[in-house]
Design a protein around this ligand. Structure first.
Ligand SMILES: [Zn+2]
Length: 98
């Protein structure tokens, strides 16, 4: 609640007037307890696409390994093939974890 109010003021001073009016309106609604549902909906609307994007970015960042590299199943770091140690159970770990 307090953070909602502060964030736009810090980062977007140019539109602070609009934001303030909006927030004031929401604030007065909040005192009646009506705005809670709207806030939850808004939060969900922001979180869902945000989570998807961050997930994709994360996957892209973690997975791209070169053909001569592998991901250690123990420390989950990407190592060069020269450090690859394949265990009897088929798991590929790095020489540091072996
Ligand atoms: Zn390792």
């Amino acid at each position: 609640m307090a953070t909602d109010y502060d964030a736009p003021r810090k980062t977007e001073e140019d539109i602070s007037e609009d934001s303030l009016e909006e927030l004031k309106a929401r604030r007065s609604d909040k005192s009646s307890g009506v705005v809670d549902e709207d806030e939850i909906e808004a939060a969900e609307g922001f979180e869902l696409p945000g989570a998807d994007l961050s997930g994709e970015e994360l996957a892209v960042r973690v997975i791209p390994r070169q053909a001569d590299e592998f991901t250690c199943t123990s420390c989950f770091l990407v190592h060069h093939r020269s450090q690859l140690v394949t265990q009897k159970n088929g798991q590929q770990i790095c020489s540091e974890c072996a």
